[in-house]
Design a protein around this ligand. Structure first.
Ligand SMILES: [Zn+2]
Ligand SMILES: [Zn+2]
Length: 266
């Protein structure tokens, strides 16, 4: 089975390697395709994203790699679009819709970056109630997905990254599951994201298993993504993901052909 990864960062944003190094690594791993998805420019925090002046360079380089390696691997040009960004969707082969910030009272909380940002948001805007934070995050995600109609939804439950939530907690689960039912109305493809495992922050992919089970029940579909920030983790944990999907009942995951998804039987 040949793998494909549509969530890959490079040194155009906060990744370590060049796009070409990633392509060469993906070829060496016998992958079918790799899609680049560097971070869209977010003016509220420019520390990790592409700058507007990077966009033409990004386009030129990914287009060059598409051509150069056309006989070895398919290369796609995507973007990981944050809620606090706008891009011209037609410039890209696909868009991933992700939330990285909550922005309230002129303050930017990088909720997938530090636990402290999450705690500050909860103290300043939720009267200490972390489930209110969960609701705010998921509401923004649903809106974002509704607005941009992405190819798939990025790291659905990323707010669990720092262990703040007991994900067995009934109230939290209810919020997450309701959000899933809303999100799937606008986009029924979710990435199974292994990025936090490769960076040793988690031991399981996003979305967590109970959410994957709900996606399966609701007729949603999955594409495997490494959210990799280096060339050597481009297909990280994908074989394990396939086993998890099979356990749940999935009989395929999705791969992209540049225009649409098709099924990879498992
Ligand atoms: Zn992200
Ligand atoms: Zn990412």
């Amino acid at each position: 089975m040949k793998f494909s990864n549509l969530h890959q960062h490079t040194n155009f944003s906060d990744g370590k390697n060049t796009a070409e190094e990633v392509v060469l690594s993906a070829i060496s791993k016998n992958m079918e395709s790799v899609g680049f998805s560097d971070h869209s420019h977010t003016s509220i925090d420019e520390s990790y994203c592409m700058m507007p002046s990077d966009y033409p360079l990004y386009h030129a380089e990914i287009d060059r790699l598409k051509q150069k390696y056309a006989d070895k691997i398919k290369v796609f040009k995507g973007i990981e679009l944050d809620y606090y960004s706008t891009v011209n969707a037609t410039d890209y082969d696909y868009i991933i819709a992700s939330i990285h910030y909550l922005y309230e009272g002129g303050v930017c909380y990088a909720i997938d970056h530090t636990l402290q940002d999450q705690l500050d948001y909860i103290a300043n805007h939720c009267n200490g109630d972390k489930n209110k934070f969960a609701s705010d995050y998921f509401n923004l995600l649903v809106n974002h997905v509704k607005n941009v109609k992405p190819l798939f939804v990025g790291h659905f439950d990323v707010i669990t990254k720092f262990g703040l939530f007991d994900t067995d907690n009934e109230e939290y689960r209810k919020i997450a599951l309701n959000a899933l039912k809303e999100t799937i109305k606008y986009c029924n493809v979710f990435e199974m994201n292994t990025g936090a495992i490769s960076r040793k922050r988690r031991t399981v992919p996003y979305p967590e298993k109970y959410l994957l089970e709900e996606i399966y029940k609701l007729g949603g579909e999955i594409t495997l993504c490494s959210d990799s920030h280096a060339s050597d983790t481009v297909d990280f944990y994908f074989s394990n993901c396939v086993e998890i999907l099979k356990e749940i009942g999935f009989t395929y995951f999705l791969k992209f052909d540049g225009e649409k998804f098709y099924k990879q039987r498992i």
